[in-house]
Design a protein. Structure first.
Length: 377
């Protein structure tokens, strides 16, 4: 039986992006998963062998060397036929260890570039890491067409290198999991003490600067002064922007904030929202946007590569120049004040998801690609 190994820095990424591919693959081949031991319980329902290896997200030379050696030992022992990695650090270590171990199929999926909005030596160093991933890999996937164009323009990929599955997205959306649900909407609003008639703005993701959290806080401070019946719901783990800092920026509007930590059930909060907001400075695609869209929720987001694949401006949401707090505020107010427009965009957003971003279809195409690679001598 052919053997596939999926590698990601953290189990939460596997849970969010690879579960469908792993389940489908496990019906045909022997499957293993390599990831950090913390959070492994998220993957307990998968028919795959879990191998804990501590791959740190931040630069940690000694730990990175140890992880690379552990990966090489595992790959040489198990002799996998195909490796598939996601996330920058795990991608670099997996592709390097796989190349040195003689694994014939080495696939990495780019889901965004951490260097896209950096300058100087940091940009050069991080960009070089992506170039090394490409040089060590045999197959490169990119989760959006605009991101593929960006990588080619930056010289990370050559013309003809890299492949986008379908219209984009690493895994698509399950429309039976993400859908408009009035019962869940009422339940979650009661749990969070949100009035049934309030307009809920939702951000779901890591609370950090690159996601535009400080911009969103500044925009909401202005909105809250004029719209006391509007609530900003933040769902996700804290990183370099503490929730306390967001409260400080919102000032008198802090009472209109609601906070939930990391959740394995994002569909509950998507169903609760009226408007989804992602004022990010860099995204590979914007998976959360199409999850919101499947839930019938329009999006306000920054006009950057990746997001332009997930949002059809003026039809399924509104785009604004990244970092422009005035335009962000205007776009949010346009949807807050026009319920009919929100409803129209929400319907169009879900229809677009059903036509283009079905998770079942994307997994099917991904598995066909695995089959093609595994069938080669």
């Amino acid at each position: 039986m052919k053997k596939i190994c999926f590698v990601a820095t953290i189990p939460a990424a596997v849970n969010s992006f690879l579960k469908g591919h792993i389940r489908a693959s496990a019906q045909r081949w022997s499957v293993s998963i390599v990831s950090h031991p913390d959070g492994a319980e998220l993957l307990s329902d998968l028919a795959a062998l879990f191998v804990p290896i501590r791959i740190e997200r931040k630069v940690s030379p000694w730990q990175d060397l140890c992880a690379c050696v552990q990966l090489m030992m595992l790959f040489r022992r198990e002799r996998f036929d195909l490796l598939h990695s996601i996330m920058p650090k795990s991608g670099l270590l997996t592709m390097l260890a796989g190349c040195l171990s003689g694994i014939p199929g080495r696939m990495h999926t780019f889901t965004g570039q951490v260097w896209a909005n950096k300058q100087g030596w940091q940009r050069m160093a991080l960009k070089m890491c992506d170039k090394l991933i490409v040089s060590f890999a045999t197959h490169i996937l990119v989760d959006s067409r605009s991101q593929l164009d960006f990588l080619v323009s930056e010289g990370v990929l050559k013309h003809g290198e890299g492949k986008v599955i379908g219209y984009g997205s690493i895994c698509g959306v399950d429309p039976d999991r993400f859908y408009p649900d009035a019962q869940i909407k009422s339940m979650v609003r009661r749990e969070l003490n949100i009035n049934h008639n309030a307009t809920v703005l939702l951000f779901l993701g890591r609370l950090n600067r690159d996601k535009g959290m400080l911009d969103l806080a500044a925009a909401f401070a202005e909105i809250a002064r004029h719209k006391p019946d509007t609530v900003l719901l933040l769902v996700g783990a804290e990183e370099d922007v503490p929730f306390m800092r967001i409260q400080e920026i919102c000032g008198a509007g802090r009472d209109q904030l609601r906070r939930v930590g990391f959740t394995p059930h994002p569909e509950r909060y998507m169903a609760t929202a009226d408007i989804f907001c992602l004022p990010s400075y860099r995204e590979g695609f914007g998976q959360v946007i199409i999850e919101a869209a499947a839930s019938g929720v329009p999006t306000v987001a920054s006009r950057i590569y990746g997001i332009t694949d997930a949002v059809e401006d003026g039809l399924t949401g509104l785009l604004f120049p990244p970092g422009n707090i005035t335009e962000l505020t205007k776009a949010l107010l346009a949807l807050i004040e026009d319920q009919a427009l929100r409803h129209k965009m929400g319907l169009a957003a879900r229809q677009r998801i059903l036509e283009r971003f079905s998770g079942e279809n994307i997994t099917r195409e991904q598995v066909v690609l695995y089959e093609e690679i595994l069938a080669r001598p």
